[in-house]
Design a binder for this molecule. Sequence first.
Ligand code: GDP
Ligand code: IMO
Ligand code: MG
Length: 429
Amino acid sequence: MSNVAVIGAQWGDEGKGKIIDWLANRAEMVVRFQGGNNAGHTIVVGDKTYKLSLLPSGVIQGKRSIIGNGVVVDPWALLEEIARVGAAGLRVTPDTLVLAENAVLVLPIHRELDEVRESSNSVQRLGTTKRGIGPAYEDKVGRRALRVVDLKDPASLPAKIDRLLAHHNALRRGSGAEEIDAGALLEALKEIAPKILPYIGSSWRELDAARRAGKRILFEGAQAVLLDIDHGTYPYVTSSNTVAGQAAAGSGIGPRQIGYVLGITKSYTTRVGEGPFPTEQLNDIGEKLGARGNEFGTVTGRKRRCGWFDSVLVRQTTITGGIDGIALTKLDILDAFETIEVCVGYQLDDKVLDYLPADANEQARLTPVYETMDGWNSSTRGARSWAQLPANAIKYVRRIEELIGAPVALLSTSPDRDDTITVRDPFVG
Ligand code: GDP
Ligand code: IMO
Ligand code: MG
């Protein structure tokens, strides 16, 4: 029996929420370890659809859910989300949700700064979700952030706020923006503190107790390896590490406790926001993938960019992310294509590369090398066993395994929890 970490193997929105919800049934605890409410997971259970951002997807199965220290937490957004899912019939209480005391807070100043940088005339534009995630992580690394635990001790807040604003107000003075009023921020924090306090706990102690009791833990990654601050397409990335290694650091457990790493992988490729995308299809194919796959962001509603499956990238993220096996999702979206292209290399001048070069100038000059496969032109939607898959669909899946160097552990054929084929149970390893 082993614990499982789930991470995204592409640029996000691979269907992590659906797979985590499905796996949560086999776990006793679900832990988020990075990111914040920039994540958006749509989870379909029968006739109900849930949209989660900050809450671990384990809350749907009523599992003890931890927001680990590696997450940046907007407390207003958290309460709003708890109220929103509550209205949809999902009760989240301090018995089911624990918020790590050493997690960093996302404040209104972070959201505002993110928005200013994303304004259309800004040279800093990256296409972020404007949730303040980057600015909050900057303050964390700059050692001036406020943390969840600070809400417990209002008397300590003024000095901490002064330290934080010494940085932000200097920036604001420089850009001609109005300074932040320390008193107003203090009042806002004092007002929200009693509503957050009941959820505050210790991620590392929760996990240690679970481990000692032999409980199965599911680590829930947000975003994806190509958005990782180190291993992604920098600077068009998010501000946290999204690889499996972060599951340990971002929750307070040793790396050996992560037994199996499941990389969630879409059967084609999508990306939201700016940045390189070698197999992007700015044509009818891209439009068809987007329309069939309903590729609009959960958080921002933005249209996702679409393209063919890129085995070079997933081979690379399998290595950098530490992926043992993948869950291949949205196979059904490819049901209506005569032929399907898979990228197997990049032509760069007179060379063919089997990896994505780190240099943005080189990335821009890559031409994908495609292998053409026959489509299956029949429905795989809702398939729950291999036997229900057409031969060409099986060929496609097998070829992907070969190209990326990792086996398919799960296969997903619709948004619904139950339309999932188990090839190998990740918890058994
Ligand atoms: P996440 O951020 O990785 O959790 O993914 P999102 O929830 O943002 O986006 C994935 C979308 O695809 C959601 O709307 C899911 O309901 C949907 N989805 C997941 N798996 C499948 C699948 O196998 N087939 C289809 N058609 N939709 C899926
Ligand atoms: P889930 O968990 C897809 C992208 C943004 C932008 C970049 C930086 O649903 O897969 P940020 O707000 O994090 O500073 O934005 O990262 N991004 C995501 N793209 N899915 C996500 O999460 C994302 N979270 C951030 O679009 O390009
Ligand atoms: Mg998403």
